[in-house]
Design a binder for this molecule. Structure first.
Ligand SMILES: O=P(O)(O)O[C@@H]1C[C@H](O)[C@@H](CO)O1
Ligand SMILES: Nc1nc2[nH]cnc2c(=O)[nH]1
Length: 314
């Protein structure tokens, strides 16, 4: 675990970071973008950039994964003020979940209304091909089958973690999530349906019909890729793609009332056959990202131009 990794995510810490950022830039983003593995080129599309290395931002974790540059970039995308995480954090990097989702709460405090997330994922749906873009319509939160996503309330008493049941106003925890939203957030509407439709429409307009799909994303803890038996099980459970991120960010974004759009680039085919010679690897993931980056960037940036302030769609 990194020094400082276990603190710096209270409401006051998030507010201090947001205030620090707002003092350094005049950009007031309404759209926040998170770039998945090898998909950081999206950030380079922003004009009039003001960029910060994560290491220079108070309370921010550091990126440790190849393909995640570790920069927070402010700017405009075809005139719309945006902020873009060029690199995200994952559970397997050793950070607590509150830390990996901290930037999403900072997005909220910066004024972001819509969050757009991208990731690299393995395809489980047999109709998917490497290079397909999957609009995420729902998720399976495997690590979340035990309480996890940073929306629960804990106070640290020595080494013990104690769940408390107090009202927000009386909660002694400085990391109380109820400063951001309700205790039991609804997830049946996690992925905004109008934004999914917008993505389909924009994709059709751009001629992406052949490789634009929709489906269910399943998050696992990583960093190992799945066994054959695991891939078979996940497919049977209803997952179309499997990855190691995004879902925790989605939960935190919905918890504090932001709209969410997310997509997966299918960077590799999950292996479901014992005779297969295929072996999942990060190099292939990054390579597929490079090949499809331009189309993915065009899809997201065109969508951004059609999202009006207050989340209406032009
Ligand atoms: O940040 P994302 O979810 O795009 O990263 C995926 C999952 C692992 O971090 C990595 C595996 O290649 O890519
Ligand atoms: N868990 C998981 N994450 C990925 N990220 C990119 N490809 C994969 C994959 O096959 N499995």
């Amino acid at each position: 675990m990194f020094p400082e990794a276990n603190k710096g995510f209270s409401y006051e810490d998030c507010k201090a970071t947001a205030d620090w950022l707002m003092a350094q830039t005049d950009v007031r983003p309404t759209v926040g973008i998170v770039c998945g593995s090898g998909l950081g080129g999206l950030a380079d599309m922003l004009k009039d950039q003001v960029a910060f290395n994560y290491k220079d931002i108070p309370n921010f974790p550091q990126s440790t994964v190849h393909g995640h540059a570790g920069r927070l970039v402010f700017g405009t995308l075809r005139g719309r003020p945006c902020v873009c995480m060029q690199g995200r954090f994952h559970l397997y990097e050793g950070y607590p979940i509150q830390k990996i989702t901290l930037p999403i709460r900072i997005f909220k405090l910066l004024g972001v209304e819509t969050v757009m997330l991208t990731n690299a994922a393995g395809g489980l749906n047999q109709d998917f091909k490497v290079g397909d873009i999957m609009i995420i319509k729902d998720h399976l939160n495997m690590p979340g089958f035990s309480p996890s996503p940073g929306t629960f309330c804990v106070i640290s008493l020595g080494t013990a973690l104690v769940f408390i049941l107090t009202k927000p106003s009386t909660c002694p925890s400085t990391s109380c999530p109820r400063r951001f939203g309700v205790r039991f957030p609804c997830m049946s509407d996690a992925y905004d349906r109008e934004l999914q439709q917008l993505a389909m429409d924009v994709g059709q307009e751009l001629g992406y019909g052949d490789f634009l799909k929709e489906g269910v994303y399943c998050v696992l803890g990583g960093p190992s890729f799945e066994t054959i038996a695991e891939c078979r099980m996940l497919h049977k459970l209803g997952a179309d793609a499997v990855g190691m991120s995004t879902v925790h960010e989605v939960i935190i974004a919905r918890h504090c009332g932001m709209k969410v759009f997310a997509l997966s680039l299918i960077t590799n085919q999950a292996v479901t056959d014992y005779d297969s010679e295929e072996k999942a690897n990060h190099e292939e993931v990054l390579q597929t990202g490079k090949q499809r980056a331009e189309q993915l960037e065009r899809l997201v940036s065109t969508m951004v131009t059609k999202i009006e302030h207050n989340n209406n769609y032009a």
